[in-house]
Design a protein around this ligand. Structure first.
Ligand code: ASP
Ligand code: MG
Length: 468
């Protein structure tokens, strides 16, 4: 059995759903279970409806609900068999009536709680999974719909709920096999992102949570493989928004993938891999527009590779904070005082470097920085620099390969490195450069570390625009 997950763009229209059906049908022998996101930008639209309900005029949110219904109805009718159209219309009516009632209720209350946000945003995946399950029938598959809220059991942290694994795995084991193996094998279609508490209140796993659902379902049912179908060819040797034309990474370890995900490689949510790692189930990243490409395979063990670096990740819009104290000399407790301030302002710190009299650190979210600086200035001198970027080289081999830092410094001899850190995680080497230098830095590093490629690990980009 395999789990196949399709994201919002992969199910954004009738033709996209048809493409999904073809991809699933070609893999029918592997007994797929399918997890889908909401169609296109539906989750954002639902959140906009909730926002309009509590603040706007009544005609606004009613019109938005109509638009969303029209969109779902129009695309669905193109892929649902004639015989099932009446049932489709009934189900759409039910869902959109409920949604309208909910929005009206919110308008009366004038308040949006995390719990009501979850209820509203759950409609995207409830609808998409239902529509895709009917569409599979139209495209010649035996399929059934499963409401994920029956099986994904979570805590009560609305909008950011965590799965209760034991209960979820027990329900998956009890519910899925009888549904999927009734007479012949049925392709079950379920929505990602949504779940419910033990008492049946709807929750969500956080934005982008459908990958996480796929991973939970795969782990719970002991899948051979979890396939995440997106609109990119897989993980690349460089962030394509900064340096287009990077090479495809064919195979990567879970630890490396998680590190890349943290650094903003939008391909995969970091939490996604956790349930899969525990059960040792490989996760594949595949492109639903180019299904012939073998994508990126994420595996639990480190992969032997003659390249020291697997990929270069970046994080832009970073603020560098330099804190200096002459009084710090021989004193203790200085670091604690600094981090207490960041704690009080609930601001995460990403990178840290210290010397005897100064501390440099980076933050991603500078919203509360003015208040933080005021507090820090009570016991130190503070200077900050905006428009910085973190560049992060990721690779299991970095720790075993002598001279990596030397190669970095040589490659970047014309770029000013503002801060550097290695060791926090053994598989990355991170440093800070001004955003203005970012593109050149990534280009130079890419040329240094990916001129030669281990053919077992990388697929060279054959296009003319391929990065050096
Ligand atoms: N539909 C949800 C979102 O837009 C979950 C997902 O797509 O993974 O965040
Ligand atoms: Mg997504």
């Amino acid at each position: 059995m395999i789990v196949m997950k399709f994201g919002g763009t992969s199910v954004e229209s009738a033709s996209a759903i048809e493409r999904v059906a073809r991809i699933v049908r070609e893999r029918i022998d592997r007994r797929p279970i399918v997890v889908v996101s909401a169609m296109g930008k539906t989750t954002n639209k639902l959140l906009a409806i909730a926002g309009a309900a509590i603040s706007g005029t009544r005609s606004d949110f009613i019109a938005q609900i109509h638009d969303l219904r029209d969109f779902h109805s129009r695309e669905a009718r193109l892929v649902v068999p004639l015989a099932e159209r009446a049932q489709l219309d009934r189900t759409l009516d039910e869902h959109f009536q409920e949604l309208t009632e909910l929005a009206k209720g919110l308008a009366v209350l004038g308040e949006l709680t995390p719990r009501s946000i979850d209820t509203i945003s759950s409609y995207g995946e409830r609808l998409s999974s239902y529509i895709v399950s009917l569409a599979f029938g139209h495209f010649g598959m035996d399929s059934a719909h499963l409401d994920s809220r029956r099986v994904i059991v979570t805590d009560r942290r609305h909008t950011q709920a965590a799965p209760l694994y034991a209960e979820t795995y027990a329900r998956l084991a009890a519910v899925v096999p009888p549904l999927a193996t009734h007479n012949t094998h049925k392709v079950l279609v379920m929505g990602g992102f949504i779940g419910s508490t033990e008492d049946g209140v709807t929750t969500t796993l956080g934005r982008g949570g459908s990958d996480f659902t796929a991973s939970i379902v795969g782990a719970g049912l002991g899948a051979e493989e979890i396939q995440i179908w997106t609109d990119v060819d897989g993980m690349l040797t460089a962030d394509p928004t900064i340096l287009p034309g990077g090479h495809r990474v064919k195979i990567i370890s879970f630890a490396e993938a998680a590190e890349l995900a943290y650094f903003g490689a939008k391909v995969l949510h970091p939490a996604t891999v956790i349930p899969a790692v525990e059960k040792n189930i490989p996760v594949l990243i595949l492109n639903s527009r180019r299904p012939e490409v073998s994508g990126t395979r994420i595996v639990s063990e480190a992969v032997p590779c003659s390249n020291a670096v697997k990929s270069i990740a970046c994080k832009r819009k970073i603020t560098l904070v330099n804190i200096h104290s002459t009084r710090m000399l021989m004193a203790h407790g200085f670091l604690k005082r600094i981090f207490d301030v960041f704690e009080r302002f609930e601001t995460p710190v990403d990178m840290v470097a210290t010397s005897e009299v100064s501390v440099s650190l980076t933050i991603d979210n500078a919203e509360r920085l003015p208040g933080i600086c005021d507090e820090l200035r009570k016991f130190s001198e503070v200077a900050m620099e905006e428009a910085q970027a973190i560049v992060c080289l990721v690779g299991d081999n970095i720790r075993y390969t002598p001279g990596v830092a030397g190669r970095v410094f040589r490659a970047l001899d014309s770029v000013n490195i503002r801060m550097i850190s290695q060791g926090a995680s053994l598989l990355n080497l991170s440093f800070v450069v001004a955003e203005a230098d970012l593109k050149r830095a990534v280009q130079d590093l890419h040329a240094e570390f990916f001129a030669q490629l281990d053919p077992n690990v990388f697929e060279r980009n054959g296009r003319a625009d391929a990065a050096a």
